[in-house]
Design a binder for this molecule. Structure first.
Ligand SMILES: Cc1cc2nc3c(=O)[nH]c(=O)nc-3n(C[C@H](O)[C@H](O)[C@H](O)COP(=O)(O)O)c2cc1C
Length: 183
């Protein structure tokens, strides 16, 4: 059955992703948050799939700075650029932590899981800690493993086309509405 709430930007994104191919870098997105000092902060994260039709999953470490930012301000933006289709998507929304995350932990490789057991990200390296970056096996889900749910409420798509670039804006008012805007 056709779902009227399923936004048409999902279809555009699907075709951009298909053109891009399956390289790991095609899932790297830029996540912007606002710091406690009201300053913009930006970093690359991996898109881990959809939670609902319009919310993205991101894994992170509870000890990282972005967690403090999101506690004081859940507003965030994700930028996803596709070289092959020359398309820039800017997703605006809010991020909250998902409380049930067991199955996400199980989906990770041992190498990825190990990084949550390493020393705190962003802190000065402690030379006294031996074998700090070991790959361990059979690791249970640690308390600092966090799954973020990014709920999207607007999408700005710029497509570099010839002769004129195209730009569209989708906003979720009650249902998703799309307008074409100047590039
Ligand atoms: C290709 C790439 C993928 C990354 N993926 C993630 C990710 O999925 N989650 C994450 O928390 N950090 C990821 N990082 C590290 C972040 O960019 C960042 O350095 C780290 O999360 C600390 O950010 P913060 O101090 O702003 O919280 C990735 C970095 C790169 C270069």
């Amino acid at each position: 059955m056709l779902d009227n709430n399923f936004p048409s930007w999902r279809q555009d994104l699907k075709s951009s992703r298909k053109k891009e191919g399956k390289s790991p870098s095609s899932r790297w997105v830029q996540l912007a948050t606002v710091s406690e000092k009201n300053e913009p902060r930006l970093r690359t994260v991996v898109f881990r799939g959809w939670h609902k039709d319009t919310s993205m999953i991101i894994f992170t470490d509870k000890r990282s700075d972005k967690i403090g930012h999101l506690k004081s301000n859940p507003n965030a933006e994700i930028l996803w650029f596709f070289l092959k289709s020359k398309s820039q998507y800017r997703f605006k929304g809010k991020i909250h932590e998902l409380s049930y995350n067991e199955n996400y932990w199980d989906s990770l490789s041992e190498k990825s899981k190990s990084s949550w057991y390493w020393e705190s990200p962003g802190e000065k390296i402690n030379p006294k800690v031996e074998s700090a970056y070991e790959i361990l096996s059979n690791l249970p889900k640690p308390e600092n493993f966090v799954v973020l749910n990014f709920e999207i409420d607007s999408v700005d798509l710029l497509k570099l086309e010839k002769p004129i670039h195209k730009r569209y804006l989708w906003e979720k008012i009650k249902k998703w509405e799309k307008i074409e805007i100047n590039p």
